[in-house]
Design a protein around this ligand. Sequence first.
Ligand code: NAD
Length: 292
Amino acid sequence: MKIGFIGLGNMGGPMAANLAAAGHAVAGFDLAAPAPAGVTMVESAAAAATHAAVVITMLPNGAILRAVAKAVIPAMAPGAVLLDCSTVDVASARDVAAWAGAAGLGALDAPVSGGVGGAQAGTLTFMVGGDAAAFATARPLFEVMGQKAVHCGPAGNGQAAKICNNMILGVTMIATCEAFALADKLGLDRQAMFDVVSTSSGQSWSMTSYCPAPGIGPKSPSDNGYKPGFAADLMLKDLRLSQEAATAADADTPMGALAAALYATFVEAEDGAGRDFSAMLPRFEGRGQTSS
Ligand code: NAD
């Protein structure tokens, strides 16, 4: 398949390289990133989109996605599919899909989970919004770049699934970290804490699969000095998107709001920037109730 790929950073680079390695013809464009293996770099986003059956975008935010969409939609062939894999706000995803639809194109929002490791290994999970015909066109590409693609409904629903999932993740990671810090102060051994909670009703992915305590549970960023992994900065981005969506939809999400506020403090006023999001545990360790 002829593919245009715009946004070849930490995630987009390896995703594009995997498509090229699987035999697809990939024309790439990025403002700064180098060419991934097997990708032919071109001079503009529009040039990457011309003649492509699917144009994939993997960009930092909704404003950039809107600007890139405005540049590529007029260049795309009728019937082609615009496939955005970035994590952006639901409103941008729905607007871009409407613009593409008005131009006779298919559109999908397909944010991912799995991080840079998943992008490199081709094991991402895609949460996909958009119509069934566009999903069918993109399915073989999802199979190369990932291990699972869930069709979540119409445009914007992929982003909705992503931010709801990550709102749960942010909240459960904070709960897991503060519980470890409390257990420490109560004299409860961390391994015993893990052995109980990972098989009890306090269990979550944050505890069982990504344990924030070094040396406990399966290997995770806590065993590597909290090097990401999934950076606290990106968790903050996703929590802010969840709160933006909650405001727009008039949904009451008090725990999500608290998690967003705590990650904002951690990243912007403390030492959380560039650390894994599970580094909330060392943050809580040194604190008491009157710590500011
Ligand atoms: P990144 O900053 O490494 O890559 C983004 C790329 O987009 C950069 O190379 C940048 O030069 C390029 N870019 C920016 N504006 C552009 C434009 N106008 N035209 C062309 N290229 C442009 O970011 P990333 O880590 O690859 O993340 C990409 C998206 O994936 C984000 O929406 C992020 O939230 C999401 N995501 C990231 C992870 C992760 O672990 N890194 C996990 C899941 C989802």
